[in-house]
Structure formats: structure tokens, C-alpha cells
Design a protein around this ligand. Structure first.
Ligand SMILES: NC(=O)c1ccc[n+]([C@@H]2O[C@H](COP(=O)([O-])OP(=O)(O)OC[C@H]3O[C@@H](n4cnc5c(N)ncnc54)[C@H](OP(=O)(O)O)[C@@H]3O)[C@@H](O)[C@H]2O)c1
Length: 345
């Protein structure tokens, strides 16, 4: 039975009480209070990568209907550096100091009294709920209805790397855009964390896949299944003409106007990165915004597809948790294709 059940991480004494990276660890919270500590990368104020510190703070306390997970790997997402720069500063859930991190893989350390279906020691993966983060840490509490057993054939780093990307691509292409066999889809951002999984899922559906990527990522995107790759830095996407049934836009901005011109009449534009504020799609285009809800059903399907070899993890670069700041900068500036994953153990 658990004691008092705060859902979110609490920090003794607020923002300044955690020990910063490089500070002596002798005053670990456990030593002073007899409770286990976790290591976490925290954003202490909005700004550049320098605002991230590696802190030792008390483990989160799960409620009776939650599980406590030892995180082995946590994927780095654009939301993490955007949040650090203040993108979510008006959101009630984004409280400083803040632990970022959405998708993870790890092992259940403890199970609340009201939890059914999971046991201590099970390897699980998942994505934190909308409005919850915290996976840049060695310990995480989760609602068990939105975690699943990780794919048996994948490592923790690979499982963390396919989680949010595949979930987002699945909801967007299948649930929202309803991409069908024989249709042509443009995946705008094919080398990214979501794009790599979108290219694979679109091929699996039986669609013809055109993808955009910088030239150095073209072979990688082809290896995922794209039939044609457009170098967005030297080619104009509009020159392909109105040949697509679906566009999946992971880039947003001004490109969204141009993307409409590659859609056939009745074409669908599904976007997960916002276009210009004043953007109005032409009448021949249906604009769709996927709602990427978390749920075990999708995760079980992702695990099954991975185990059957029907999807493979994206290219992965791993860094230790202590290098969270460097990892975010690498992702922001697209230094590597696919996903960057922080490893904890
Ligand atoms: N639920 C949601 O709504 C949801 C979920 C996940 C992600 N997102 C958002 O979706 C976006 C993509 O996420 P991600 O994880 O895939 O990001 P990512 O791993 O950083 O990938 C970004 C992709 O964008 C491409 N790119 C960058 N600038 C471009 C340009 N000017 N033209 C064409 N392509 C360009 C990159 O191509 P190269 O690497 O080849 O340069 C890369 O493929 C982010 O904005 C993220 O916040 C939303």
C-alpha cells in the first residue's frame, strides 16, 4: 500500500534544493531523509541548453493506481527543447523546475495496490499522458492504462525510440488521414523521429511514398521505404505537381501553403507542426489535425509490428542522461537522422 500519493514529482524545498550537476553528491536526499533518490535532467528556467541541470531528487511517489518504473531509456523530442525555450510557458502543467521527456522504456519497480495486469520486473514502454512529462529521469510514475510490454526483440533504447514517433504516425496516417493502399502520400520530414515511422507505416499500408529530407539523409529515407526523396534544401516541393492523395506535414510554417499545391482535388493534409497563423487552405484540400491520444491498444500494436519485423526502429544515437542538454541541441539542429535517446543505466 502506498503512502500519500502526489501524482507529480515533488522537490524538497522547491527549485534550488536539488543538487546541481557537478555539485557534491554527499548530501543526497536519501542520506538525509531515508527515501530513495532519482537522477533527473531538469529545466530550471526558460532559455538555452545551459538551463538544464542534472539533479538528485526524491523518487516520485506513485498513487495506488499507478506503477513506479525504473527508466532505462528516454527519447528526445522537439517538444523537449521547445518547452525549455518557453513554448509551453503558459500551460498549467509546465511547472519549473520541470523534467521533460515523453517516451520511455524501462522496468516496473513497484505496483500500486489498485493496479491490475502488471507485475514488478516487467519490461514496459510508453508515452507520458498529454500534459505530463518526466521521462528524463531514472524513475517515473505512470498510469498503467497507457503503458504496455515493450517489444521483446528490441532494446530499451530502441523501444523508447519507436514509441511516440510510431504512435503519432499511426494516429495521423491511419486514424486521421485514412491513407489507403494505392494512394500517394508525401511525408514532409521523412528522416525525423515521426517521419521515419510514417514512411514505414505508409509503405506497409501499400501507399506510394514520396518523402522530403536533406540530401545527406536521402539514402536513409529510401532504406525505410520511400520511393522518391526530395531534397528540401535544393528542390522545390511544388514541382512534383498535384500527385498526392495525402500529405503528412511534420515541418509546418510557410511550407504548408506549398504542400496544398501537391494535393489532388479532395486531398487530405494532416499536420502535426503548425502552419502560419493566417493560413487558409484552398477549397480542394481537407486539413486535418491528428489528436494523438495515449493508450495501451496502440502500444500493443506497435510492439506486435516490431516483433513481427514489420516496422524497424529509426536510426538511433544514444547519449547518457547527463548529456541531456547536448542531446537537445543535436536534435534541434538535426545533427543526426532518426532519434536521439538518453540512456540511464
Ligand atoms: N502529437 C503531436 O502533435 C506531435 C507528436 C510528435 C511530434 N510532433 C511535432 O512534429 C514535428 C516533428 O517531430 P519529430 O519528432 O519527427 O522531429 P525531428 O525528429 O526533429 O524531425 C524533424 C524533421 O523535419 C525535417 N525538416 C526540418 N526542417 C525542414 C524543412 N525546412 N523542410 C523539410 N523538412 C524539414 C527534418 O529533416 P532532416 O533531418 O532531413 O533535415 C526532420 O526529418 C515537431 O514539430 C514536433 O514537435 C507533434
Amino acid at each position: 500500500m502506498w503512502g500519500s500519493p502526489p501524482r507529480i514529482f515533488f522537490v524538497e524545498g522547491g527549485q534550488d534544493s536539488g543538487l546541481s550537476h557537478g555539485a557534491p553528491m554527499a548530501l543526497c536526499w536519501k542520506a538525509r531523509n531515508g527515501r530513495n533518490c532519482m537522477k533527473a535532467a531538469r529545466i530550471n528556467r526558460f532559455g538555452g541548453p545551459e538551463v538544464i541541470t542534472i539533479d538528485e531528487i526524491p523518487d516520485p511517489v506513485p498513487a495506488p493506481d499507478q506503477v513506479l518504473i525504473d527508466v532505462h531509456a528516454s527519447a528526445v523530442n522537439p517538444a523537449d527543447w521547445k518547452g525549455r525555450e518557453g513554448f509551453y510557458k503558459d500551460a498549467a502543467w509546465y511547472v519549473l523546475p520541470h523534467i521533460p521527456g515523453r517516451d520511455f522504456s524501462g522496468v516496473i519497480r513497484a505496483v500500486g495496490a489498485a493496479v491490475e495486469g502488471f507485475d514488478v520486473g516487467e519490461e514496459v514502454f510508453g508515452v507520458t499522458d498529454q500534459g505530463q512529462e518526466g521521462a528524463y529521469a531514472t524513475t517515473l510514475v505512470m498510469n498503467p492504462t497507457i503503458i504496455a510490454n515493450k517489444p521483446r526483440n528490441l532494446s530499451h533504447a530502441e523501444s523508447a525510440a519507436i514509441c511516440l514517433g510510431t504512435l503519432t504516425a499511426m494516429v495521423s496516417l491511419e486514424g486521421t488521414a485514412k491513407l489507403k493502399k494505392g494512394e500517394t502520400v508525401l511525408i514532409h520530414g521523412g528522416a525525423g523521429g515521426v517521419g521515419a515511422m510514417a514512411v514505414q507505416l505508409a509503405r506497409r499500408i501499400g501507399a506510394h511514398v514520396i518523402a522530403t529530407a536533406r540530401a545527406s539523409n536521402a539514402d536513409y529515407v529510401r532504406s525505410l521505404g520511400a520511393e522518391r526523396v526530395i531534397d528540401y534544401q535544393s528542390e522545390d516541393i511544388a514541382t512534383i505537381g498535384p500527385v498526392c492523395d495525402v500529405v503528412f506535414d511534420m515541418v509546418g510554417g510557410q511550407d504548408q501553403r506549398k504542400l496544398c499545391s501537391v494535393l489532388k482535388p479532395g486531398g487530405r493534409l494532416a499536420w502535426i507542426s503548425r502552419g502560419p497563423k493566417d493560413f487558409k487552405a484552398p477549397d480542394h484540400v481537407t486539413v486535418l489535425r491528428p489528436d494523438v491520444k495515449r493508450g495501451r491498444q496502440h502500444l500493443d500494436r506497435i510492439a506486435a509490428l516490431a516483433e513481427a519485423g514489420e516496422i524497424k526502429p529509426p536510426a538511433i544515437t544514444t547519449l547518457p542522461l547527463e548529456k541531456a542538454a547536448e542531446a537537445q541541441e543535436m536534435l534541434k539542429h538535426r545533427k543526426v537522422p532518426g532519434k536521439i535517446v538518453l540512456t540511464m543505466l
